[in-house]
Design a protein around this ligand. Sequence first.
Ligand code: ZN
Ligand code: ZN
Length: 86
Amino acid sequence: MEEEGGMAMKCYICAKLGVDEEAVAICIVCGMGLCLGHAFKEELIVRDIIDWGFGEERIEYPKTLPRFICAECKLAIDQRKKAAKK
Ligand SMILES: [Zn+2]
Ligand SMILES: [Zn+2]
């Protein structure tokens, strides 16, 4: 497979504003390219639930899993978090 040279990913939000900004991250939800100013970094807690047969053990690991997300997807996910807390 041959990759197109020089076809660097651009920030989608900047491109819409007519700005030529290279993407440094990609939103994991919608897949749009994001520059440093438009990428939000979230830290996901890494969890395991081990079922021992007589009960579950929940383990949370000290290292978090970083992921990049765009403003629109962040809003969409945040509204769900708020709804779940009710
Ligand atoms: Zn941007
Ligand atoms: Zn997104």
